[in-house]
Design a binder for this molecule. Structure first.
Ligand SMILES: Cc1cc2nc3c(=O)[nH]c(=O)nc-3n(C[C@H](O)[C@H](O)[C@H](O)COP(=O)(O)OP(=O)(O)OC[C@H]3O[C@@H](n4cnc5c(N)ncnc54)[C@H](O)[C@@H]3O)c2cc1C
Length: 449
């Protein structure tokens, strides 16, 4: 089997997007460096002294908390560079490091400041809230090893819904406000006006960014009206919305939907746009019933208003290389949008594109006919379905993925794009790596946190 040759002779020049990534990431990391500089430059503190170490960890915690809040504010131009999934990961990592740094700050500082004061009270309150909300986040919002330490019975008894946990998680902004007050009351901050300005700007700038995200931005979000709700399989519904304002998006992107006055509640949930961009002023979402909110959506009334926060995401392949798409269940939605766009553009594929779709039963592959028609229209496009719960069905194995990659590789290096539940995601990722697909050619969208 022919493997594409690699050109190692030319030095790789960073693309404009990679340069933007470097600039933004560099500027973000400059924040802790600048704050440390404002505290330690020329004031003779020895970093090895436990008092200075306390301050060092405090500043690291403060600046990383600020970055963590800012990256959760869905700032469009930053999201376009990194993608929402990476920003959320960065949000979690910075918050985690900020917590550890806050703990060290507390340990070192308690040696020197034991007298009760507003500064200590706000610091202790902030730390306690930080600890409480972090534990809640690890137990009920993310796939965390901490869950393994708690007996399943206890977790099931408490059973906080993701959305409730998300609302509680927003309490982190109260914690950060307490942290700002704590830092402003510190005599070492007041010691120099430059430090005072730096702390004010970082803290209140972050709060303003958050208030804009929560209060101002939602007022200008595109509105839409539900025009149809239909069952497309026993577990999936299709929700069509008519846009009241134009919305620009790329195939494969997602948006956060909030329905007004619906029996499902006014919760905000992310869903991928399943229709093709620029086709009409209607957009379609295909939604799997996977919990309280999505189950209630089946009763959504035509005429219900909706607010659309988006688009977000960078899950948009181009057909310049052979592509292997792998979808698990409702993970078909980004691929539907991409393929529908190619069909609407009457694209003639020059590279092969293969879609592997795993579902439970025949009735859970609602777009089978449309996909077969796409095979005829797009030429080099093929679909293979795996039905895990049918009598003659099968599960996707690593060998299936590797074989598909090898077939696509006959023309050029393929890219791997997948959207699947975590077990299938792990399988595809590991098979892709085994088959020698470069990490930068592997792209996936996670539907869970
Ligand atoms: C980028 C992205 C795109 C998605 N696209 C689709 C799609 O096209 N079709 C589809 O059916 N599903 C999609 N999902 C999943 C969908 O958001 C969840 O299934 C839905 O929010 C579940 O809500 P629930 O109350 O019914 O279930 P719950 O039982 O409350 O939640 C089930 C799981 O869904 C996730 N989830 C729940 N609420 C939220 C939330 N507000 N924000 C983020 N994650 C949440 C959590 O991982 C949770 O464990 C997508 C998710 C993401 C992150």
């Amino acid at each position: 089997m022919r493997r594409p040759t690699q050109n190692n002779s030319l030095p790789s020049v960073p693309s404009p997007m990679e340069s933007k990534k470097l600039i933004v990431a560099g500027s973000a990391l400059a924040l802790p460096a600048l704050l440390l500089q404002s505290y330690f430059h020329g004031n003779g503190y020895s970093l090895l002294h436990s008092y200075s170490l306390g301050m060092f960890f405090g500043i690291i915690s403060y600046s990383l908390l600020s970055l963590s809040v800012i990256t959760s504010c869905r700032i469009k131009w930053i999201e376009k560079i990194f993608g929402q999934d990476k920003l959320i990961r960065f949000h979690g990592i910075t918050a985690g490091i900020a917590f550890v740094a806050a703990l060290f700050h507390l340990v070192f500082k308690l040696k020197f400041n034991a007298e009760p004061s507003v500064q200590i009270a706000t610091g202790m309150a902030a730390f306690s809230l930080f600890a409480l909300l972090s534990i809640m986040t690890h137990l009920f919002m993310i796939r965390s090893p901490l869950r393994k330490l708690i007996p399943t019975k206890i977790l099931e008894t408490i059973a906080i819904r993701y959305n409730t946990a998300k609302t509680l998680h927003n309490g982190m902004i109260l914690m950060f406000t307490l942290v700002i007050i704590h830092v402003l009351f510190a005599w070492s901050t007041a010691e120099q006006s430059l430090r005072m300005v730096a702390i004010h700007l970082t803290g209140w700038g972050t709060i303003l960014c958050y208030l804009n995200f929560r209060i101002i931005r939602p007022m200008n979000m595109p509105r839409a009206t539900v025009t149809a709700v239909t069952a497309c399989s026993p577990s999936m519904i299709s929700v069509t919305l008519r846009l009241e304002q134009p919305l620009q998006w790329s195939a494969g992107q997602f948006a956060y939907l909030t329905f007004s006055k619906s029996s499902a509640g006014r919760e905000e949930h992310p869903f991928t746009i399943a229709s093709a961009p620029h086709q009409s002023n209607e957009i379609e979402f295909v939604i799997k019933k996977s919990g309280l909110f999505t189950e209630r959506l089946a009763n959504l009334a035509v005429g219900t208003g909706a607010r659309i926060d988006g688009p977000y995401g960078t899950f948009t392949p181009s057909a310049d290389a052979p592509l292997l798409f792998v979808a698990g269940g409702v993970g078909i939605t980004p691929f539907l949008s991409i393929l529908r766009q190619w069909v609407s553009e009457q694209k003639v594929l020059t590279n092969p594109v293969m879609l592997i779709w795993s579902a439970t039963t025949e009735s859970e592959i609602p777009f089978a006919e449309e996909l077969r028609a796409m095979e005829r229209i797009l030429g080099k496009f093929s679909v293979k379905t795996f039905l895990t719960r049918e009598q003659n069905g099968a599960r996707i194995t690593g060998s299936d993925i590797i074989a598909a990659i090898e077939r696509l590789r006959e023309t050029a290096s393929p890219e791997l794009w997948f959207c699947a539940p975590s077990h299938l995601q792990d399988l595809v990722l590991s098979a892709g790596k085994t088959a020698g697909v470069k990490r930068r050619a592997i792209h996936f969208e996670k539907f869970t946190s």
